[in-house]
Design a protein around this ligand. Structure first.
Ligand code: T5A
Length: 210
């Protein structure tokens, strides 16, 4: 049965790692699925990603950042998410609209009601079945990225205060939304995977119970 599952969290929380582990589990279980990241997931989305993240020299106003994120999302919803759900597949997304609420809303300070309203235009009202919000302290995420040797992208380079606001945003968004579930992102990746799996099995047994 089709499901739209989103992994969210601060930088280095382990989203991409958990998407990979989930995909391997679904493949082994014979569950048809697609995985994609945001911003990105489509040719136009990946082009927007290049502007948003890699062009560190650009002075990008917060509203421009918001509109570009949403521009990428509109293509992602139309070309990746809706077709996969229509085929009866599971969609695993590495970030979706909680990222916009947390980064452009809480982080950049754009009023949340404006972000939500504009996001609605990009998604056409499509909502995930569940958000799994991986939580790690900002320092832990930064340590992991450093260990990986990954240079901070334009948004990560906004500084620690910004990332702390983003984390606070995630915690508040999770507490306010019945579809959002906090997952402790600390500990070995396999241990976090066990938590993610147990949660999905309890939420959607018809799709995820093996
Ligand atoms: N953005 C995005 C917005 O501002 N608004 C939006 O609307 C959207 C959609 C995207 C950027 O765009 C912003 C947010 C971001 O700044 P990104 O590269 O897609 O950038 O996202 P990042 O969070 O920066 O990606 P990371 O790869 O850094 O973080 P992940 O995916 O959370 O972490 P992951 O899995 O790659 O792991 C990072 C490192 O930690 C290790 C991994 O092996 C890797 O080396 N690791 C662990 N180490 C120890 N214990 C564990 N449990 C571990 N899990 C992973």
């Amino acid at each position: 049965m089709s499901r739209f599952i989103v992994l969210e969290g601060v930088e280095g929380a382990g989203k991409s790692t958990q998407v990979r582990l989930l995909a391997a589990w679904l493949t082994a279980a014979g569950v048809p699925h697609v995985c994609a990241r945001e911003p990105g997931g489509t040719p136009v989305g990946e082009a927007i990603r290049g502007v948003l993240l890699e062009a560190r020299e650009l002075d990008v106003p917060a509203a421009t950042e918001l509109f570009l994120m949403l521009g990428a999302r509109a293509a992602f919803v139309r070309d990746v998410v809706r077709p996969a759900l229509a085929r009866g597949e599971v969609v695993i997304a590495d970030r979706f609209d909680f990222s916009t609420f947390a980064y452009q809303g809480y982080g950049r300070g754009i009023p949340l009601e404006d972000v939500r309203r504009l996001n609605e235009v990009a998604t056409g009202g499509l909502r995930p079945d569940a958000y799994l919000v991986l939580d790690v302290p900002v320092d832990e995420g930064a340590r992991r990225q450093e260990a990986e040797g990954k240079a901070p992208d334009r948004i990560e380079a906004a500084g620690r205060g910004f990332l702390e606001r983003v984390r606070t945003g995630y915690l508040e968004l999770t507490a306010q939304d019945g579809r959002a579930h906090g997952v402790d992102g600390r500990g070995e990746a396999e241990l976090v995977h066990d938590r993610v799996r147990a949660l999905l099995e309890s939420l959607f047994p018809e799709t995820f119970a093996t």
